[in-house]
Design a binder for this molecule. Structure first.
Ligand code: DER
Length: 221
């Protein structure tokens, strides 16, 4: 069985009737959204909010009831993937370009559950270039400020043009040697004018569900 799928389906077991559910973005969240849809079709009563247009479209196509953000005060549970997970539960996210909305959902959830396959587990964050969402205005000046943090920022392209997020911003993938102190770095990055958000999710995960190629599933609080 696909390790991303078994992790996602295990995480969906935490979804209960009456919950407001945050839907993540990416190929691991794909399996969670499909499993939630299956359970909705079997009678599970939830309402969902999505962290991207892609996930929202998928939810609509699969019949998952959606609710507008201005109709809710809190999300009960958000299930989302990650690009890296270190031994302290810090995450690198943003590989799919949805980090800003994903972080808003995670920060406003009673439970933020991360789903991943074993390839995402690392000792230290930083092997995966850190995605940073910046406004297009004077982007080169913002990029210069990012360089001062000892990284190599590269504007993400899609089909040869700058990738645009759902929010109309750019993503800059910043290669750091390593990220030994995610909590410090996320604050440093977000103080740069022009930065909308960064892909470090420091100490935000409540549970980490990891799927292994041998079929094992690990749930870490
Ligand atoms: O863009 C994101 O933050 C995604 O959740 C990413 O971190 C995980 O993507 P994957 O599930 O396709 O590996």
């Amino acid at each position: 069985m696909n390790p991303k799928r078994i992790a996602a389906e295990r995480a969906v077991e935490f979804v209960k009737d009456g919950m407001i559910v945050g839907l993540g973005t990416g190929s691991t969240s794909y399996w969670a959204i499909h499993r939630i849809a299956e359970k909705v079709n079997e009678g599970l009563e939830i309402k969902a909010v999505a962290s991207s247009r892609n996930s929202e479209d998928m939810a609509m196509q699969l019949g998952i009831p959606l609710i507008a953000f201005d109709e809710i005060d809190i999300i009960d549970i958000t299930i989302d993937g990650a690009d890296e997970v270190d031994r302290h539960g810090n995450l690198t996210k943003g590989g799919g370009g949805a980090l800003l909305r994903e972080k808003i959902l995670a920060a406003n959830s009673k439970q933020f559950i991360v789903i991943a396959d074993e390839t995402k587990r690392v000792e230290l964050l930083g092997k995966f270039p850190l995605p940073v969402e910046i406004v297009p205005f004077a982007a080169n000046l913002t990029i210069n400020q990012l360089k001062r943090l000892q990284c190599d920022p590269v504007i993400r392209l899609l089909n040869g043009k700058p990738f645009m997020t759902d929010n109309g911003n750019l993503i800059v993938d910043c290669k750091f040697e390593s990220i030994p102190d995610p909590e410090k770095l996320t604050k440093q990055i977000n103080t740069i004018p022009g930065v909308a958000e960064n892909g470090l999710f420091a100490q935000m995960a409540n549970k980490i569900v990891t799927g292994y190629n041998d079929g094992r599933i690990e749930v870490k609080e």
